[in-house]
Design a protein around this ligand. Structure first.
Ligand SMILES: [Mn+2]
Length: 456
């Protein structure tokens, strides 16, 4: 069996863009939802598993629910069962929707081999429930799920406390849960990753976190598939669904027409046309990345961290300045737009060697190396979902001071509104702090080196 797993569609919500977009459909998560339905039908998926927050709270009663219903009806017509639990955004609308579909959730053109419904909402009102489902290919499998109580968008207890392994059936078994893993203070059904270990199931499909996270590889395989449609620049890992092949491994399939990407770009000196050409080649390489590449992809929203010497960066940024907000053609049907340029000047020197000195330049060099190592290890965005990045005491203190400074400046409206669709976030991300601190440290280091050379 092939089971398509996803969550957190937040139908009704739009992706934020740095500039006016002529095609509003591109930013709507509904577009991605219909692509998921197309994929399920085209690739003969045997069931669709949905782990909550399908409809965004703020738009729940109107067109968003209608889009969900349209897609589910198409799946039902293709005889693909849909199994879901509700999350903290759709706890009110899903019961209503499933009720509406009841009685008509067998295919519209022909009656199925049995009267078994094809649309399932499991674990209503915070009670665990197990159902045996007949997949599209006729095979049976078992799903155990828990839904947010209808009246509650917040739930501070751990739903796994009341979990009981379902009776052994010999069938492939899946758990569905919208929950917050390893965040014990969360008000969105906090659970511990270890809670899934002895649950007797084959898979756990979790919802709530928008990036893909695999908590356990097998027996059971426990994962957040992540949101299939990204909403802002913080969601670089959203944009995919997961396909579980019960006869062997699972795979990640990109589905979103829009992706947010952070690119670390080394700017090389040269004639203007070559500098532009190299940048475009780099964007093509991003689009070819298998984690991103798909026929569905239409727009890359880029954060570009430019590296190079101060003079080269100045030239490159001057060139880009003439084209602020311009869409860049990357390929047929694919464009890119840069939401933010970050200048990260580098000195033509061996940082490792410089860091061996105990003078101010050596100290600056060692801090820059620390930041680079953490960024390379992907812990730059620490404090969101990941652990804290490891820094020496004095650097951590400086970064904290830098963060406070940012808050004060943001509160006084000092920053140009260039991110988040015209909003300056009042709270900087760890990544913002680290890269801005790095830029300042590098500029200072450059000054120290120039002064030392002048003295020679
Ligand atoms: Mn949620």
């Amino acid at each position: 069996m092939k089971l398509l797993a996803t969550s957190d569609l937040h139908l009704g919500r739009h992706s934020s863009l740095p500039f006016e977009e002529s095609d509003p459909g591109l930013t709507a998560s509904a577009q991605t939802w219909h692509r998921i339905v197309d994929l399920a039908i085209r690739e003969d998926m045997d069931a669709l598993l949905l782990a909550g927050d399908l409809v965004d709270q703020s738009n729940r009663f109107y067109e968003a629910s209608a889009e969900l219903e349209k897609g589910i009806r198409r799946l039902v017509d293709a005889r693909i069962p849909v199994v879901m639990v509700s999350g903290n955004h759709d706890h009110e609308v899903l019961p209503e929707l499933v009720q509406r579909l009841q009685g008509e959730n067998t295919p519209s053109d022909e009656k199925g081999p049995s009267d078994e419904p094809l649309v399932h909402l499991l674990g209503r009102n915070g009670r665990w429930e197990t159902r045996i489902i007949t997949a599209r290919n006729g095979e049976q499998f078992q799903v155990t799920g828990w839904s947010f109580p209808e009246q509650q968008s917040r739930y501070s207890r751990n739903p796994m406390e009341t979990y009981e392994p379902p009776p052994q059936s010999g069938l492939v078994s899946v758990g569905l849960l919208h929950c917050d893993v390893n965040q014990s203070e969360s008000v969105y059904a906090p659970v511990a990753s270890a809670d899934f270990n002895e649950t007797g199931l084959d898979y756990w499909v979790l919802g709530h976190i928008h990036k893909q996270i695999v908590w356990r590889e097998s027996a059971p395989e426990v994962f957040y598939p992540g949101a299939p449609h990204p909403f802002d620049a913080g969601e670089v890992e959203a944009g995919t669904v997961r396909v579980l092949d019960t006869d062997g491994g699972s795979s990640v399939v990109p589905v979103a027409p829009i992706r947010y990407v952070t690119l670390v770009y080394k700017v090389n000196d040269g004639p203007e046309s070559r500098m532009r050409g190299e940048f475009q080649d780099e964007l093509r390489a991003v689009a070819e990345n298998p984690a991103i590449r798909s026929d569905a992809l239409q727009l890359l929203v880029m954060t570009v961290r430019c590296r190079g010497t101060v003079s080269v960066l100045n030239r490159f940024m001057e060139m880009q300045g003439d084209h602020e907000g311009a869409y860049i053609t990357v390929g047929e049907d694919l464009r890119a737009v840069v939401r933010k340029w970050v200048e990260e000047p580098q000195v033509e020197t061996d940082l490792e060697k410089l860091a061996e000195n105990s003078n101010p330049a050596g100290l600056l060099a060692s801090w820059i190396l620390h930041i680079d190592r953490n960024m390379a290890a992907g812990v730059a965005a620490a404090g969101q979902d990941g652990g804290e990045a490891e820094y020496p005491e004095e650097l951590r203190e400086l970064l904290d001071a830098f963060r406070n400074e940012y808050r004060t400046l943001a509160a006084h409206g000092v920053f140009k509104p260039v991110v988040n669709g015209g909003q300056v976030p009042s709270e900087p991300t760890a990544e913002m702090i680290e890269s801005q601190f790095r830029t300042r440290a590098m500029t200072l280091l450059q000054t120290l080196i120039t002064q030392a050379e002048d003295r020679k």
